[in-house]
Design a protein. Sequence first.
Length: 112
Amino acid sequence: MTGNERKALEDRTGSCVGKPVWFKYKGKPGRYQVGTIEGAVSILDGEYNQMIQRIKLTPEIGRDWGAKYAYRVGYYTLSAKGRTPVWGQFHSVILATDFRKLARKANQKGWI
């Protein structure tokens, strides 16, 4: 990984803040907004920027779920062709030692 690729991956942590989070309807077309990314913590793990995102739920979803916030664990990685950061479309696999580091960062922000 080049220095520019590393920086591009690291920069994704802050660039996701303020973006909406959408869920697909099950069994019918369309999507609905669950909330907005309020903050993120991350660690670089090889070619993966592992992160926890704090999502401020919309008032409707918050009422339905009985909470103001939800958390999403995910990652950005480099695309195979363009070597540009892309959101990981599959589940994240992370070592316990790295997950502890990530959880500590979320704890320092008062999330957990």
